[in-house]
Ligand binder design. Structure first.
Ligand code: SF4
Length: 699
């Protein structure tokens, strides 16, 4: 950890991992980050979790890309490159040569097959300015909207439901607002591991008497603090939530005045819920009717209640329906727009909120402005000083890889994403990447996706660059460069700028602050937030109503940004998971993160402390299930689905139901997504990562 005098310089920035957005102080000595401490940011008040505190030394790892690389003639594409010796498949190139090759290949496809033959995956790990420039490059440089990022794999269904029913995709209240709540529901989320600093506020809330209702098919860590832990059957979310709401209707516990003033479609919601009595639903949900009634009374009877949710809600083919139910529950109890109340999807990546706000999605321009709207496109054409571009919504992450298989998309620019690990049915994704005519990958390491690249562009890590990021609370914060990138690596915005120039675009930026200033012209969410202000105060919550206003922690107290200021009830019906267990694949597979590792593992598995704590691919099963198979905890099991199989170490965990297996997805040697089902939610286009039929045997 180092002693307090053991550094030359101290630089304030933001943790690069989860959407909590903890502010950090980086202690720098001899051009390296030596250790990290929490500072008093609005979301963390000095706190950090193990990732923020110890997960920084990946930036100094010998695997860092330090020079541009070009694939050697004839080198086979596949997961076959040793990141410590990429020269078997790639040769070093100058920046000029690599940028010319990268842009030249994409321009050739555009000019031969049309702009829609090229697609882009941007990153929620980059800054707002970088996300903005990336979507602008695809739209302006290729004339269409085939640009997306990992929000598609995370909260796309939540955003679809929020946009539809509330009129805005962001949280209605910060998570810190739980301080003013009497009751809170946490459903389909495991904040103790995935949003650890937010979880500390949830625990404190219970210490001062707040009622915490946790609902999850896994007995997640917060259960020890819960007044009720509802470990419902996987996939039964809609039936459970509808049953809770049916009690509120039946016992007239709803907030009549709020419903009349601020909502629409209440009557049809009410009628729809009549069939979902707790007694009718208890067997299906696996939760006794009496418990469902108690929870309904607890939530509806409180003065102020909050609802938090994570990917256990969103990553289903009925993910949008799950969120519709949560929105309806908040609306019928009047729990939006007042202290201690609100809807809060816990966002995953450090800048997934900001990257989405910046337009890194195929159906929306910045600030969720509809790309099919001529007026909106016209406004951006003017800001960009360019002609019109396609009015057609672009393809999403998984649709883009399907279009590669179909031969429609022939080239890709991938910045900071790792679809060769992160996409469902990853064998299919890897085949798509291998079949591309031209793939440009820009990253800090030679990721699994970079194994398939034609040109690799070495980028700066988060602590090596300047830019803004927006956390789950809508807090726009400034990240500052503490150290220089290794070798010839460059900041992402500067690389995208060079590619744009080579694609014939007249872009001129010398600093991210100029990009931020351009963003403000098309994004009213950034009103009253300037680069200088962020430099001075570190963070401003949007919306900010004046240059002095620190921003609105709670929104929609006086109505919603949709028709006549009213939010909407959208009734949700029960839809079975896409692939249910059967005799051949009798168990349920669910995937997620672990406290120590982040997403595809490229950063945290190269962080000494984190890798030492959690070094090995693993899955968790109920001890009784392991016993039946004759496997000791720590022994090996084989997991098979209709898409493939993996073998890995099994842990015993009593919190897992006997017919379930929990599988973290950070380990390339036993990649979870070899097994997952690519079936999509029809609205959010999010894959069903949380449910697949699996066979588990001793290995
Ligand atoms: Fe970083 Fe999230 Fe941990 Fe905070 S809670 S230190 S943002 S990983």
């Amino acid at each position: 950890h180092g002693d307090s005098r053991d550094f030359d310089e101290e630089v304030k920035s933001v943790c690069p991992f989860c959407g909590v957005g903890c502010q950090v102080s980086l202690k720098v000595k001899d051009g390296k980050v030596k250790y990290v401490e929490g500072v008093n940011g609005p979301a963390n008040e000095g706190r950090l979790c193990v990732k923020g505190r110890f997960g920084f030394d990946y930036i100094h790892h010998p695997h860092r890309l330090t020079k541009p690389l070009i694939r050697r003639e004839g080198a086979e594409k596949g997961l076959n490159v040793d990141p410590s010796n990429p020269f078997t498949h790639f040769r070093e190139a100058t920046w000029e040569e690599a940028l010319d090759a990268a842009a030249g290949g994409l321009a050739h496809l555009r000019d031969t097959h049309g702009g829609a033959s090229v697609a882009g995956f941007g990153s929620a790990k980059c800054t707002n300015e970088e996300a903005y420039l990336f979507q602008k490059l695809i739209r302006q440089g290729f004339g269409h909207n085939n640009v997306d990022h990992c929000t598609r794999l995370c909260h796309a269904s939540s955003v679809a439901a929020l946009m539809e029913n509330v009129g805005s995709g962001a949280v209605t209240a910060t998570f810190n607002e739980i301080e003013n709540a009497d009751v809170a529901i946490v459903i389909g989320a495991n904040p103790v591991e995935n949003h650890p600093v937010a979880a500390t506020y949830f625990k404190q809330f219970t210490k001062r008497g707040g009622k915490l209702i946790v609902m999850d098919p896994r007995g997640v860590g917060l259960r020890r603090f819960a007044t009720h832990m509802l470990q419902f059957r996987p996939g039964a979310d809609v039936s459970l939530l509808n049953a809770i709401m049916s009690v509120i209707v039946e016992e007239e516990l709803y907030d009549r005045a709020y419903i009349e003033k601020f909502t629409e479609n209440w009557e049809s919601e009410k009628q729809h819920l009549a069939q979902f009595t707790p007694e009718a639903m208890e067997d299906f949900c696996g939760i006794p009717a009496q418990t469902i009634r108690e929870v309904a009374r607890e939530f509806a009877g409180a003065k102020a209640g909050m609802i938090f949710w994570g990917m256990g809600v969103s990553q289903h083919i009925h993910g949008t329906d799950n969120s519709r139910c949560l929105i309806s529950l908040a609306l019928m109890t009047g729990n939006v727009g007042k202290p201690g109340a609100g809807l809060h999807p816990l966002r995953g990546q450090n800048n997934v909120q900001g990257a989405s706000d910046a337009g890194l999605i195929p159906m929306f321009l910045p600030d969720y402005q509809d790309v099919t709207d001529d007026g909106v496109r016209g406004a951006f054409s003017e800001i960009w000083n360019t002609g019109d571009f396609s009015a057609e919504k672009g393809l999403t992450v998984t649709e883009i890889l399907d279009a590669v298989h179909a031969g429609q998309i022939k080239g890709m620019y991938v910045l900071g994403e790792n679809p060769a690990m992160s996409d469902p049915d990853v064998t299919h994704a890897r085949e798509a990447l291998a079949s591309l005519e031209h793939l440009v990958v820009q990253d800090i390491f030679l990721t699994e996706t970079a194994n398939y690249a034609d040109v690799i562009l070495p980028a700066a890590a988060f602590y090596e660059k300047n830019g803004t990021v927006t956390n789950t609370n809508r807090q726009v914060q400034i990240g500052r460069a503490a150290v220089s990138p290794p070798g010839e690596a460059r900041e992402d915005w500067a690389i995208t700028l060079e590619l744009a120039k080579r694609l014939g675009l007249a872009w001129e930026y010398d600093h991210p602050s100029q990009v931020f200033a351009e963003m403000k012209r098309g994004m009213s969410s950034l009103d009253n937030i300037s680069w200088d202000r962020l430099e001075n105060v570190g963070a401003v919550t949007y919306p900010s109503l004046s240059p002095e206003d620190p921003g609105q922690a709670i929104v929609f107290g006086d109505g919603f940004p949709r028709s006549e200021g009213r939010a909407r009830f959208t009734p949700a019906s029960v839809i079975a998971p896409d692939e249910t267990p059967d005799a051949e694949y009798p168990m349920i597979l669910t995937t997620g993160r672990q406290l120590e590792h982040w997403h595809t593992g490229s950063m945290t598995r190269r962080s000494k402390v984190l890798d030492a704590v959690e070094p090995q691919a693993n899955c968790s099963l109920h001890p009784g299930t392991l016993r039946k198979m004759g496997v000791e905890p720590g022994g090996k099991v084989r997991l098979e689905t209709r898409r493939g199989s993996i073998t890995l170490m099994a842990r015993a965990d009593r919190a897992i139901a006997p017919d379930m297996v929990f599988l973290p997805f950070a380990y390339v040697e036993a990649a979870a997504n070899i097994l997952t089902n690519p079936a999509l939610d029809p609205y959010g286009k999010i894959p069903e990562f949380k449910f697949a039929a699996v066979r588990v045997t001793a290995a």
